[in-house]
Design a protein. Structure first.
Length: 133
């Protein structure tokens, strides 16, 4: 399998989680023999840069990631069969290139239920506690 093909066929986590997205960009950089980046924050910065080929690829990675996340949200919502509220954590949702906008738009296209989002730091602890109160 070519390295180019594997960039878009990695696990769900590697395509949606901030810690892994910049590594996927580095796979692309490795193919063309350029320097690596060290964070998804740098990936977001590149997505807004004047280097159009790098910016376009960074944008595609971030949009693809947001669309996959939206599919998961819509799938859960449709499975549950009612309006839902999701707790969202992380700078990718807040700062990633059109990330929040893409999630909301894609979810609207995939479900007729109303979906709301609550941004919360430390949602692994606090979010779970709120579910039982």
């Amino acid at each position: 399998i070519s390295k180019e093909k594997t960039i878009f066929s990695q696990s769900f986590a590697k395509q949606t989680e901030g810690w892994a997205l910049y590594q996927r960009f580095n796979d692309f950089m490795d193919m063309i023999g350029d320097n690596y980046i060290n964070s998804t924050e740098e990936l977001s910065y590149i997505s807004k840069s004047s280097n159009l080929s790098y910016a376009k690829f960074a944008q595609e990675l971030l949009i693809h990631s947001a669309q996959l996340t939206a599919c998961q949200i819509a799938g859960i919502t449709n499975f549950k069969g009612h309006d839902m509220t999701f707790i969202i954590e992380g700078s990718l949702y807040e700062k990633g290139y059109n990330y929040k906008k893409t999630i909301k738009k894609t979810v609207q296209q995939l479900t007729s239920y109303k979906v709301e989002y609550i941004e919360m730091k430390n949602s692994g602890i606090i979010g779970a506690a709120q579910l039982i109160t």
